[in-house]
Ligand binder design. Structure first.
Ligand code: PGA
Length: 250
């Protein structure tokens, strides 16, 4: 995907069916900008219903995860080919909550990325360091390793199809936000490493989102940084007014 301004809402395991439908209908009424591009990631169970509600509008939908195989005896799992068959174009991979609670490793995530790309999906691939790593000043090495092990096996052509999200774990759901300078510092580092690996053209074309307690009140400062292309929003994406405020902060 070409470098684009994006505001993505990760609903995580929140909302009832009714609440989710109401939320998306309110967004549909209120949002009609092509830029930033709005993507929402509801729970799997509501995905197709919500997709139908936003079809023909500027809002896109994505899934919060997918399996590394395309089909088979994997009870309870959802494959990228199933998402494709429902016309769901985006999928979050490597979110820190799945790394932490579901034991997802870079090796597994590399397989998930391959499977998702094989179906023409656009992965929103998350990286980010825990607090102790940041406190030791080792965040760049930590994030670079996530790239090396999870993504740098890809060809330049495939890498260009990704969206990257930098989400420092210490800032997710905590109310602590990376300062705009901290976000810019890491985004610039990531872009430089992509350039080292794939060259200028690829690094200039990849969208890098920031995630971690983004709200209407802090989005403008974060978005003012040159290497920040948008946000992956958790908690604030469940609040129509605040999510729209974020989207309107560019
Ligand atoms: P948060 O979550 O905005 O609630 O911190 C961000 C995310 O996990 O994507």
């Amino acid at each position: 995907m070409k470098r684009t301004k994006i505001v993505a809402g990760n609903w995580k395991m929140n909302t009832s069916f009714e609440e989710g439908i109401a939320l998306v209908k309110n967004l549909r009424e209120a949002y009609n900008l092509i830029s930033p591009k709005m993507i929402i990631m509801p729970p799997f169970t509501y995905l197709t219903e919500i997709k139908n509600i936003v079809d023909g509008t500027v809002i896109s939908v994505g899934a919060q995860n997918c399996h590394q195989e395309l089909k088979g005896a994997y009870t309870g799992e959802i494959s990228p080919s199933m998402l494709k068959s429902c016309d769901i174009p985006f999928v979050i991979l490597g979110h820190s909550e799945r790394r932490q609670y579901c034991g997802e490793t870079d090796i597994l995530l590399a397989k998930k990325v391959n499977a998702a790309l094989s179906q023409g999906l656009t992965p929103i691939f998350c990286v980010g360091e825990p607090l102790d790593v940041r406190n030791k000043g080792e965040q760049n090495d930590f994030v670079l390793n996530q790239f090396i092990n999870g993504l740098f096996h890809l060809s330049a052509n495939d890498f260009e199809k990704l969206i990257i999200a930098y989400e420092p774990i210490w800032a997710i759901g905590t109310g602590l936000t990376a300062s705009p300078e901290q976000a810019q510092g890491m985004h610039a580092f990531i872009r430089q490493e992509i350039k080292n690996k794939y060259g200028e053209e690829v690094s200039a074309s990849v969208s890098i989102l920031y995630g971690g307690s983004v709200k209407g009140s802090n989005a403008r400062d974060i978005f003012s940084k040159p290497d920040v292309d948008g946000a992956l929003v958790g908690g604030a994406s469940l609040d129509v007014v605040d999510f729209l405020k974020i989207a309107n902060s560019f």
